[in-house]
Write a protein that binds this ligand. Structure first.
Ligand SMILES: O=C(O)C[C@@H](Cc1ccccc1)[C@H](O)SCc1ccccc1
Ligand SMILES: [Zn+2]
Length: 165
């Protein structure tokens, strides 16, 4: 299980670098990220959130937590319309706010064998992939909120971190 960075930790703002070679280290990272995501529990996790600044995300939106997807160097084509969804984030625990995302995307990435693949995603699967790809660019869902709302969330989490010692 890996430690998840929490907002406003500045390391969450790091721009992740493309993976040059998909080797055993990357495969172990993806496996550790999936384990960490399932345990949280969550439906997605980006390497940035576990302080690894490489372009790797994992997603599993299935009810039974038995449909894991690993996307290495993901690239998104936004196809559908925009929909609002109350997003949460394992790095912003306890807050859910409406964010507008595309409800249909095409994503091209490398799999854990280093092979390129393309798949289309819709609804929550599409929302989650867009949310995770934002993490790789140092972006959080709170960045889509008003400055007032974002600062309120920041202050409350900073207080919680102080009290946690
Ligand atoms: O990236 C993360 O922090 C995990 C996010 C994934 C997420 C993406 C889009 C919309 C909602 C969530 C969540 O915190 S995982 C927890 C969760 C599980 C089911 C539904 C909503 C949130
Ligand atoms: Zn998140």
């Amino acid at each position: 299980i890996l430690d998840i960075l929490e907002f406003p930790d500045p390391r969450l703002r790091t721009q992740a670098k493309p993976v040059s070679v998909v080797d055993d280290t990357i495969r172990k990272l993806a496996s550790d990220m999936l384990e960490t995501m399932y345990e949280a529990p969550g439906i997605g996790l980006a390497a940035t959130q576990v302080n690894v600044h490489q372009r790797v995300i994992v997603v599993d939106v299935s009810e039974e937590q038995n449909d894991p997807h690993v996307f290495i160097n993901p690239q998104i084509e936004r196809l559908g319309d925009e929909i609002l969804y109350p997003e949460g984030c394992l790095s912003v625990p306890g807050y859910y706010e409406e964010v507008s995302r595309h409800n249909h995307i095409r994503v091209t990435a490398l799999n854990t064998q280093g092979e390129s693949f393309t798949l289309e995603a819709k609804d929550l699967f599409a929302i989650c992939i867009q949310h995770e790809c934002d993490h790789l660019d140092g972006k959080l869902f709170v960045d889509y909120l008003s400055t007032l709302k974002r600062n309120r969330i920041r202050k409350k989490l900073e207080k919680a971190h102080r009290e946690a010692g």
